[in-house]
Design a protein around this ligand. Structure first.
Ligand code: ZN
Length: 151
């Protein structure tokens, strides 16, 4: 960007000069009324990066608990021949926490779901994002959701 009047490339200002809008340097801006400061290339780049980062965050998959988690937990626990108390102890939780989970009382937290997934070898957390559709993973040979959870 250069000054419309003298060609200087220092800090530019959007300036109204005799009825027309010009982008001029601080020297030439004296001939008119400064409306706003023009962003430098560096500033524009910084803002673009900020926007990009925001988009990335929005694209991250949303973790949700599967709807039939209570029966999954119960079945997995029973197949291990363990009581709710035993499983609770193994994952450092209270028995009541497991009791609630198996009866679908209240909502299961992602953190607890992760613990149960690991201990019981079941899948309780899903990603709510098209980015992680199984078909796409098969094509690109990317990690499966199972692989991601293990990490
Ligand atoms: Zn100028």
């Amino acid at each position: 960007m250069e000054c419309d009047m003298c060609g200087s490339s220092e800090q530019l200002f959007k300036t109204q000069v005799e009825g027309s809008m010009l982008t001029v340097c601080s020297q030439c801006a004296k001939h008119g009324t400064v409306i706003s400061r023009v962003k430098t290339e560096e500033e524009v780049q910084r803002e673009t990066k900020r926007v990009n980062r925001k988009v990335v965050v929005e694209d991250e998959p949303v973790e949700t608990i599967v709807t039939n988690y209570s029966s999954l937990i119960k079945k997995a626990r029973e197949s291990k021949n363990m009581t709710q108390e035993e499983v609770a102890k193994k994952i450092n939780e209270k028995e009541s926490v497991l009791h609630h989970a198996e009866n679908a009382e209240g909502s299961l937290s992602i953190a607890l779901a992760r613990k149960l997934e690991r201990f019981l070898g079941i899948k309780l957390v899903e990603f709510e994002s098209y980015e992680y559709e199984p078909e796409k993973q098969a094509e690109s040979g990317a990690l499966t959701i199972g692989d991601m959870i293990k990490k």
